[in-house]
Design a binder for this molecule. Structure first.
Ligand SMILES: [Zn+2]
Length: 226
């Protein structure tokens, strides 16, 4: 049953996880109570932004794209620096892949909270998961809980960060998307770290996506339309 008093803002990246979160939010709050926000953070592949807009349009919700290009100026990660090749390699110092963009989710959610505050929206929905193979520290439950606490204090609001995928495997995320009617929208999503359409099929993100669909026994709609 949708909660008609509440509104939700989904952080939509254009990928499969945030798209699943969008359908989770529509199911929980109702179509008319859900908005989405996408961040142009200087990522190499602008196709992500186009995918987010397409997913939102397909689902029938608004999509605001906010420019925050400071990450590219910081440098040092493979997702914003074109001189660094996306790889499977793990940094031996911190155990993180070079696709880690330090602070990204913290900044995204802080901007999202400010955006939501201005519009009377109490609920943020983010597709982070601590089961993510990368083990990004800003995707972990402890980080999100602490950030929510900081945002509530700093904005004097009752903002809540929902992370419906936090403890789900990729297979379970695909199953959730399927159960919520979100699979057709997957045809518009984008996951490939190399920004290729059709997806390259061999980067870590493509491999993880393929594994999730295979384990769920679901054909990836993106590959059907490609
Ligand atoms: Zn790929």
């Amino acid at each position: 049953m949708p909660d008609e008093k509440q509104k939700a803002l989904v952080v939509l990246s254009g990928g499969q996880d945030s798209t699943t979160c969008l359908y989770w939010a529509i199911d929980r709050y109702g179509l008319g109570a859900v908005d989405t926000v996408t961040f142009d953070y200087g990522q190499r592949h602008h196709v992500e932004l186009e995918c987010a807009a397409k997913v939102a349009e397909f689902a029938g919700v608004s999509n605001a794209c906010l420019p925050i290009d400071t990450f590219a100026a910081l440098g040092g990660d493979a997702l914003t620096d074109p001189d660094i090749e996306v790889g499977n390699d793990i940094d031996s110092d911190n155990g993180l892949p070079n696709t880690f963009v330090p602070g990204r989710n913290l900044i995204f959610l802080t901007y999202a909270a400010a955006f939501a505050y201005q519009r009377g929206i109490q609920n943020l929905v983010a597709g982070v998961a601590q089961t993510d193979y990368s083990g990004y520290p800003d995707c972990r439950e402890g980080t999100i809980t602490a950030l929510q606490h900081a945002l509530r204090l700093g904005m004097e609001s009752e903002v809540t960060i929902h992370t419906p995928l936090m403890h789900l495997s990729k297979r379970e995320t695909i199953e959730l998307a399927r159960d919520l009617g979100g699979l057709p929208a997957m045809a518009f999503t984008h996951t490939c770290y190399n920004g290729e359409q059709p997806p390259c099929g061999h980067c870590p993100a493509c491999a993880l996506r393929a594994k999730g669909f295979a384990e769920a026994g679901v054909v990836d709609p993106l590959l059907v339309t490609a």
